[in-house]
Design a binder for this molecule. Structure first.
Ligand SMILES: [Zn+2]
Length: 251
């Protein structure tokens, strides 16, 4: 994908679902933005992504140390916990998000408390607010509901924009229905999704990339996926390491 002077690559494609018996999967979307001298990553994925992050960047001749900007939509572990892989990057996260996440009681939320505490002290951590321009063509907006300080990022191109919705709208179902799973207030989430739609409709061809789904564009007013989704689980189902069954998670 290309937005203005920026080349966009999805390093790990998020998955719109959760496990039936083991809680959240945490399979979030992780994206690389390159252009105008910047190498930026949007969200970090959970611990299980570390090898994929290194391999995904290496495909483009990059290492985590080359990343200049890390944009975090919110503090949940599956979006933030690998921030220390990017020690040379300026790290942007919502001021309201950090104010909330650093005061949480330990062990009750999917915020990685100690990683967030370290991030709050990190000299390259930059707190941002609603309507701020992180770069001249990258704006951030407060989109609460999933967490109190969730941000969306809007990368503006001359022809169309790219909107990173994080978990303010985790997937297509939430975008279309305005109903949400895992929110502290469904009405607050619905208002945030309405705000996303108002940005989405501004320029034809604008792409929305949710925190746990594929990129989409509007065709005749309806969200239409770009790209293919791949997801599967491999299980050891026999008495040796060679006997496995692969469960395809894409319908
Ligand atoms: Zn989340």
């Amino acid at each position: 994908m290309r937005i203005g002077d920026y080349e966009i690559e999805i390093i790990v494609q998020g998955y719109p679902g959760k496990s039936v018996c083991h809680g959240g999967l945490g399979w979030s979307t992780l994206t690389l933005i390159r252009g105008k001298g910047r190498i930026a990553v949007v969200d970090t994925g959970p611990f299980g992504y570390r090898t994929m992050i290194r391999e995904g960047l290496a495909k483009h001749g990059l290492k985590p140390a080359d990343v200049t900007d890390l944009l975090l939509t919110h503090c949940h572990h599956d979006h933030s916990v690998n921030w220390m892989m990017f020690q040379n990057a300026r790290i942007y996260i919502g001021a309201a998000e950090m104010a909330w996440a650093t005061k949480l009681e330990w062990g009750v939320n999917s915020v990685p408390e100690l990683y967030v505490a370290e991030l709050a002290k990190w000299s390259k951590c930059q707190l941002v607010g609603d309507g701020e321009a992180i770069w001249p063509d990258l704006k951030t907006y407060l989109a609460p509901g999933h967490t109190p300080g969730c941000l969306i990022f809007v990368l503006e191109g001359a022809e169309h924009d790219l909107i990173f919705t994080g978990d303010s709208a985790k997937n297509r179902a939430e975008l279309v229905s305005r109903d949400t799973d895992m929110t502290f207030d469904k009405k607050v989430s619905a208002a945030s999704i309405d705000m996303i739609w108002s940005h989405w409709r501004k320029k034809p061809g604008t792409i929305v990339l949710p925190g746990h789904d594929r990129p989409m564009v509007l065709k005749d007013g309806k969200p239409t996926y770009l790209g293919k989704l791949e997801a599967a689980v491999k299980s050891w189902t026999g008495d040796d390491m060679e006997t496995t069954t692969t469960f395809n998670l894409v319908v």
